[in-house]
Design a protein around this ligand. Structure first.
Ligand SMILES: *Cc1c(COP(=O)(O)O)cnc(C)c1O
Length: 238
């Protein structure tokens, strides 16, 4: 088995065992393979192993890679695999990149301001689609980070819910860059709390079900705290 296939298999096993240990269903967490540092060959390997949920943080790069991957799969008679690929926009999104993002991505994880939400709503209306989005929340309180402040998240969620061409499907957060597990845990706990509150208080509708948190360094902790999507790059490709 190649190194990438081997790592993917191990990570998938860890996701399942961590879910079960936390009293959750084995299939309750989805792995988003973050390809931003991967070569096209490496990405092809991952999708041929069946990992077809892919995450990128720059739309220009995403479009190029997506085309390359589709072509290569087509040339090797694997267009069926290409049709299963779902791209996730996980990075900060500039307002002038919204339209191309909607054209290639099935979920935007990084909506964190009213202006960006409005821009996506308008672009989605022009494309005659309902754009699924996650609200990115800054649960660590680090000032330099993207993400809506926790105190503003409820109101922003309500505003997004009122936009006709947006579909709010959950929350996304990033833990602070630290080896201190308690800090990471409390940041995930805050996201989980907010997620539960929004669900129980019916701020969000029935589609509100994703909690996107956890990366290579901290995904096990994120699963313990209730993540339904983990975004993993370097543990696969580095
Ligand atoms: C790069 C990135 C990841 C993946 O991080 P790794 O540490 O490489 O697993 C996850 N989420 C976002 C938003 C990223 O930019």
């Amino acid at each position: 088995m190649s190194q990438i296939a081997d790592r993917l298999k191990q990570i998938q096993e860890t996701i399942v065992s961590t879910s079960v240990k936390a009293g959750r269903k084995p299939d309750s967490v989805r792995l988003i393979v973050v390809t931003k540092t991967a070569t096209p060959e490496q990405i092809l390997e991952a999708v041929r192993c069946g990992f077809t949920e892919l995450g990128e943080n720059r739309v220009q790069h995403l479009k190029q890679i997506a085309e390359q991957i589709t072509q290569s799969l087509g040339a090797s008679g694997q267009a069926d695999i290409a049709s299963r690929i779902r791209w996730h926009m996980i990075g900060h999104l500039q307002r002038n990149k919204v339209k191309p993002t909607l054209q290639v991505c099935s979920l935007i994880h990084s909506v964190d301001t009213l202006r960006l939400a409005e821009e996506i709503d308008t672009a989605a209306a022009k494309l005659a689609i309902h754009a699924p989005v996650l609200l990115q929340v800054n649960c660590s309180g680090e000032p330099q980070k993207y993400g809506a402040p926790v105190g503003a998240a409820f109101h922003l969620a309500e505003q997004i819910m009122s936009m006709p061409n947006l579909r709010l499907e959950g929350l996304m957060t990033m833990a602070p860059l630290t080896m201190d597990k308690d800090i990471v845990r409390s940041s995930f706990a805050r996201a989980r709390e907010l997620f539960d509150e929004m669900r129980t208080e019916k701020v969000a509708g029935s589609k509100f079900r994703h909690l996107s948190m956890g990366m290579s360094q901290d995904y096990e902790l994120a699963i313990e705290m209730g993540a339904t999507m983990v975004r993993i790059g370097s543990a696969i490709f580095a």
